[in-house]
Design a protein around this ligand. Structure first.
Ligand code: SAH
Ligand code: SF4
Length: 361
């Protein structure tokens, strides 16, 4: 009897570049152009099995079924925010690990916040994912799986327009798969999303930011600054001992000048840690001369943490001081505060339990 290859020995058709897929197709004895047909089934018609690829010969389809598979993310929990505008998904991947993504709908804009890793090695003290530790990188296919699974949930009523890499993990620490995912998302053979509508958020891995700059992509870049002194930033974000504030801002500035766009600075406001008037003034100074905009994010409280969200008037006072002369985005309480939307929190809550479909109370 012929041994059936196990799933892990099979080739995942998703996540392959056109060139990679072409060489497999040729190896399987088919003309090169079949690769484009397969990609169209995968990314345009979004089929989940090779048997649906009806313009391929039966013989080729059974070869594909024997040697290849199409990965998918399985929804194991959905939590809907009170305003019905954000849904947080917990997905299970092929090897049983879990990642989360958030869907946010606002007028014409449908944004998905995707995870790039399972857990995170950066260990930021205020972040639920950081507290979880690092499990593994996601493949480009698994990054795309989050988008295609969410679009399936939308049932053709809406299409994803924007992607932000602000879910679990540090995207620039999973550089090659991140780049592959971005290219497949943007490619006419792939998901046909605009690079300009993608944002990569980083903890500030300076050499990777510089490398990213040289790629010449049209994606946006966001730097999680979160403090105005190295002392406080190191306390919140251990990576600051390797890449302190001035180096991270220098790399962000180089990106902004090369890309001819503004870099977004993210600043999570934590009560009595980084929300003083002196912090606001220092932040204003750090921003001067840098082509940037600022996203102030009131801290989402997480379990096992003494950090608290500042009171509303303190948040507003901070915003006003920084805003003087700078562009500061209106403060957006991250959608779904009521659904524990901060990075990594859903997985922590649901663990490995079964299906939970709930509307937050
Ligand atoms: N690793 C990347 C992207 C994922 S984190 C990064 O750090 O930028 C995405 C954003 O969520 C970061 O700006 C981070 O500072 C913020 N964040 C993490 N935990 C948070 C929390 N509990 N409340 C509010 N924002 C949080
Ligand atoms: Fe990782 Fe970003 Fe969380 Fe820091 S904030 S631990 S880099 S996911």
């Amino acid at each position: 009897m012929i041994k059936q290859p196990s799933l892990t020995e099979k080739i995942n058709l998703k996540g392959l570049t056109r060139t990679e897929l072409e060489s497999f197709v040729v190896e399987w004895g088919e003309p090169k152009y079949r690769a484009q047909q397969v990609m169209s089934w995968l990314y345009h018609k979004r089929v989940t099995g090779v048997e649906a690829m009806t313009n391929l010969s039966k013989g080729f389809r059974s070869k594909l079924a024997a040697e290849a598979y199409i990965s998918d993310a399985r929804v194991i929990a959905r939590t809907i925010s009170d305003d019905n505008l954000a849904i947080k998904y917990l997905f299970e991947l092929t090897d049983g690990v879990q990642v989360e993504s958030v869907l946010m709908c606002e007028r014409d804009r449908v944004t998905v916040c995707v995870s790039s890793q399972v857990g995170c090695a950066m260990g930021c003290d205020f972040c639920a994912t950081g507290k979880m530790g690092f499990f593994r990188n996601l493949t480009a296919a698994e990054i795309l799986d989050q988008l295609t699974a969410i679009e399936r949930e939308l049932d053709g009523k809406k299409a994803v327009t924007n992607v932000v890499f602000m879910g679990m993990g540090e995207p620039l620490a999973n550089y090659d798969e991140l780049l592959k995912a971005i290219r497949l998302m943007a490619s006419p053979d792939g998901l046909r999303l605009s690079e300009k509508r993608m944002t990569v958020s980083t903890v500030g891995l300076v050499p990777r930011i510089r490398q990213f700059t040289r790629e010449g992509l049209k994606c946006n870049l966001a730097l999680s600054l979160n403090a105005t002194t190295d002392e406080v930033r190191t306390r919140l974000m251990p990576i600051n001992t390797r890449y302190p504030i001035d180096e991270a801002l220098d790399a962000a500035g180089e990106w902004a000048r090369m890309a001819k766009r503004k870099v977004t600075l993210e600043y999570v406001l934590i009560r009595n840690v980084n929300d003083s008037i002196a912090d606001a003034k220092r932040l204003r100074k750090l921003m001067s001369g840098l082509p940037c905009k600022l996203n102030l994010i009131p801290f989402n409280e997480i379990e096992d943490s003494e950090f608290r969200r500042p009171e509303l008037d303190r948040i507003e006072r901070f915003r006003q001081i920084v805003a003087d002369g700078h562009y500061v985005a209106p403060i957006r309480f991250s959608r779904g505060t009521d659904i524990a939307a901060a990075c990594g929190q859903l997985r922590t809550i649901y663990g490995t339990q079964g299906i939970v479909i709930s509307k937050a109370s």
